[in-house]
Design a protein around this ligand. Structure first.
Ligand SMILES: NC(=O)c1ccc[n+]([C@@H]2O[C@H](COP(=O)([O-])OP(=O)(O)OC[C@H]3O[C@@H](n4cnc5c(N)ncnc54)[C@H](OP(=O)(O)O)[C@@H]3O)[C@@H](O)[C@H]2O)c1
Length: 333
């Protein structure tokens, strides 16, 4: 230490670089400490703040399966009445049945059958009517669609492109606009918008999906700043992969939780950002621990460009496997 001090004292340029290095290291150490604290130690905001157990309603889109189904069931267990929205009425009924049996009838639940890709679907009117009857304090804009397979944008089906935009962007904006004035009036609310890792790191061969998730991220951050003065929390939840029909992944692993584990982490970390803390998007949140660390390393260490190239290579190889499978199926027909 004495040698370092005497070296630095005699040389102003070395002193400058020594100070810069120390500052950079300190900044990195503090950021790492905060991210690890939020990921592994600190609890999120207690959901009672948003009316859990007090007759408030949670609205979940894409509630009949996967992550949305889990939000519906777990929010009901936390004491929220649940309004579940999706296309499949039978699957929605199984969600409300599970809520009724899981909560022993302590909370209410309703369903609205709505295809959010169709702007004139009759379900929109029904949703508006239900919103007049209930007090919504939690909105989970979970519904989402991705490309069936990795595909170059120039070869994407126009109908797939417009569906992805309608479901991921238009529905989120439209439902948020319907619910937000009530939250502002009551000075309380929680909005969780389902983003994706592909909204943070551009995802070649899923360009439209990736772009819509980047929209969700930016929209959430702008809205969060607008409404925080009204006591409303808005977050963009960034999963990497989660076991579900959409991901086509059936086996959980360290990096790929089940929908139940992912949602449990999300509801335990409301208001925290984890690995999304220091990347210039204050509303971003990576609630699941391994996703949090991944987002931190990519964001803070600045590996984005390399990740874009890696993702492109990954999607090229997935596409090759899909093409081989389709060719095999075509032969057997
Ligand atoms: N799983 C992952 O690895 C992953 C990763 C990053 C982000 N995400 C995001 O997480 C969210 C949920 O994904 P997931 O994996 O749980 O998907 P999922 O298992 O495929 O479930 C999608 C849900 O959305 C509903 N839905 C689909 N199209 C609809 C439409 N046009 N109108 C109304 N509802 C519709 C589906 O029900 P119906 O068929 O009954 O309509 C279902 O309830 C999405 O926003 C997705 O982008 C997922």
């Amino acid at each position: 230490m004495d040698t370092v001090i005497s070296f630095v004292k005699g040389n102003p340029i070395s002193a400058f670089f020594y100070a810069l290095g120390s500052f950079t290291f300190l900044k990195f150490a503090i950021k790492t400490l905060v991210v690890f604290g939020e990921t592994f130690v600190l609890p999120g905001t207690n959901l009672r703040k948003f009316g859990a157990g007090k007759g408030s309603w949670a609205v979940i889109t894409g509630a009949s399966d996967g992550i949305g189904r889990e939000y519906s069931i777990q929010l009901a267990k936390k004491g929220f009445n649940v309004l579940a929205v999706a296309r499949n009425g039978t699957a929605l009924k199984s969600v409300t049945d599970e809520i009724a049996s899981g909560t022993k009838g302590k909370v209410q639940s309703k369903t609205v059958v709505l295809d959010v890709s169709k702007s004139d679907h009759h379900g929109w009117e029904q949703l508006k009517e239900v919103f007049h009857e209930i007090q919504v304090s939690v909105l989970v804009n979970n519904v989402g669609k991705s490309h069936a397979h990795p595909v170059y944008f120039a070869e994407s089906e126009p109908s797939e492109i417009s569906d992805i935009i309608a479901i991921n962007v238009d529905a989120t904006v439209r439902i948020t606009r319907m619910v937000l004035p009530g939250m502002i009036k009551r000075k309380n609310g929680l909005i969780l918008n389902m983003g994706s890792f592909s909204g943070i790191v551009p995802s070649p061969m899923l360009a439209t999906y990736s772009g819509t998730k980047a929209f969700i991220d930016t929209f959430s951050t702008a809205l969060a700043e607008e409404v925080k003065k009204h006591g409303i929390t808005v977050q963009c939840i960034n999963p990497y992969f989660v076991v579900s029909k959409m991901s086509k992944i059936r086996k959980p692993s360290i990096m790929i939780p089940t929908a139940a584990a992912f949602v449990r982490a999300s509801l335990n970390k409301v208001g925290l950002s984890g690995g999304a803390r220091f990347v210039g998007r204050p509303a971003g949140s990576a609630p699941y621990w391994s996703h949090s660390l991944l987002e931190y390393f990519v964001g803070v260490l600045g590996w984005k460009q390399a990740t874009v190239v890696y993702t492109h290579e990954l999607h090229k190889s997935i596409r090759k496997r899909v093409d081989r499978k389709l060719a095999r199926e075509a032969k057997t027909q």
